[in-house]
Design a protein around this ligand. Structure first.
Ligand code: PEP
Length: 255
């Protein structure tokens, strides 16, 4: 079991119409655990974020509202992009940064991920930094292990005093949208490699505070086993987060 407060986030991607968004919030009202035990978030399309923040406040739902992507500049001429300062202004909690689908389909690089992580932290937002690299190829017991490239390059410019706010989502590319998640052993090994990479880049003390989520075909059937792992501090859930009952069941597994 993790030493950190787990964070479970649903990533709705490009799904749901507005009525479905409202229905979902209504469905989870009064059913989420105490945020001191488990923090919960939903990442949705930008068009819904402002209203989701307002409704969750009105309905007293302890849920953080997250963007699925964010731009690195606070303002300026960047047609179609969403400013991190604007997200902070409407009380959004944070943003996913560098999701595998964005790296693959929209050519995001470790460099742009780095700029976005810095921009979120500068605006008081929580960056959920998605790492798809196959950490299972590295050995956390190797004294001379080099940090994973996605961490070494993607987080190189981060202010060390703010780094503990970062959340890492380990999402092996082959497990996203697939039929099965990796074994618990593979996930725990990867999380240890990631924590070691974070310790090399920052300090062990900071690395011990950073939450590492698992994502990729997490379901109500496998969530408990994954959440019991020592180095896993929550989930980033795609498909299974679209349905309130499945999402609530996975959230409760994190207690
Ligand atoms: C994701 O894409 O972030 C994800 C975890 O998807 P799924 O759970 O559907 O595999």
């Amino acid at each position: 079991m993790s030493k950190r407060v787990p964070l479970v986030i649903g990533n709705w991607k490009t799904n749901k119409k507005v009525a479905e968004v409202y229905d979902f919030l209504q469905e989870i009202q009064g059913k989420l655990p105490d945020p001191k035990k488990v923090e919960v978030g939903i990442a949705a399309q930008d068009i819904y974020l402002h209203e989701m923040v307002k409704r969750s406040k009105e309905l007293k739902i302890p849920v953080g509202v997250f963007a699925e992507n964010v731009h690195w500049a606070d303002e300026g001429s960047y047609t179609g992009e969403t400013s991190p300062a604007a997200l902070a202004d409407i009380d959004v909690s944070g943003s996913i940064v560098g999701h595998y689908e964005r790296r693959k389909m929209f050519k995001e690089t470790n460099g742009s991920v780095g700029l976005k992580v810095t921009a979120t932290l500068r605006n008081g937002l929580v960056p959920i930094v998605a790492i798809a690299e196959d950490a299972t190829h590295y050995n956390p017991d190797d004294e001379d292990m080099a940090p994973l490239t996605e961490i070494a390059v993607g987080l190189a410019g981060v202010d060390k005093t703010k780094a503990e706010k970062i959340v890492i989502a380990y999402e092996p590319a082959w497990a996203i949208g697939a039929s099965e998640a990796p074994s618990a052993e593979i996930i725990e090994h990867a999380a240890k490699v990631i924590r070691k990479s974070l310790a090399i880049l920052f300090t062990q003390e900071v690395a011990d505070k950073i939450r590492i989520q698992y994502g990729g075909s997490a379901t109500p059937e496998n969530s408990k086993e994954i959440l019991e792992l020592e180095d896993i501090d929550g989930l980033l859930i795609g498909r299974a987060s679209l349905e309130p009952a499945a999402f609530l069941s996975m959230v409760n597994d994190a207690i």
